[in-house]
Ligand binder design. Sequence first.
Ligand code: KIV
Length: 285
Amino acid sequence: MADKITLATLKKLKSQKQPITMVTCYDFASAVLAQQGGIDSVLIGDSLAQLMLGHSSTINATMEIMVALSAAVRRGAPDVYLIGDMPFLSYQVSIEKAIVNAGEFLTQGSCDCVKVEVDHRHLPTVSALAAAGIPVMAHLGLRPQSIGQIGKYAVQGKTAGAAMELAELAKKMEAAGACSILLECVLAQVAGAIAERTELPVISCGSGPECDGQVLVWHDLLDLPGAGTSKFAKKYANIGAQIQQALAEYVDEVRQKRYPQPEHCYNMKPEELLKFKEQLQKSDC
Ligand code: KIV
């Protein structure tokens, strides 16, 4: 049996300069495959609002669905380090609400950690979550829940000033008690400098190779409907096309009456069939 991956495992990987592997997952079957594939950590991202529910933004993810699917993912992947993504307005309204909601990810969602999208305004929240004993990953850089304030989907940390702000924020998050950092769409050099200056495992989402690990979104990695087109979203397989082809074959076989074949059927024993036919004849049906 494989060992359960913990925060200590991730820190050890960082100290040994062994890259941490992370992928998003939103359901039981994908989680089984992720663990079988040797993934260290799974993030139940709020990107599920777009990829599983078809919304155009992540802000439509709700606590109810995030926690239910976290529990499903945990049932599929009992050994991975599981991170629950706190949805829009689950931690911004008040610190009390943030603690209660984060607690739900741990108790009902069976997560090891929660992730929150942060800027300097969220330092008290991160600090309060940590003080409540809740492991919290600070998500810096591009923060899709705040895209209305950020302005547009763009790479972060482009100027020396912007890069310094990110580096300082990462240190402040560490001091506030964050247990790990995720950098989304941060310039590779800036992300590398941040990872080098913190004890915390730093995961890159499109932030280059100098971080302590990488995360990719399930649908991007496997090229499923909804897959992104960002240059970091490398496709490792074309599963969407394979599913499409399998479905087209199925439709064709059913229409051509080539499915099901005898080997796909449950057949009655001949003596029972005889009796059944006799009884049918005598009956009104
Ligand atoms: O929800 C998500 O998919 C994310 C990404 C950063 C991986 O938060």
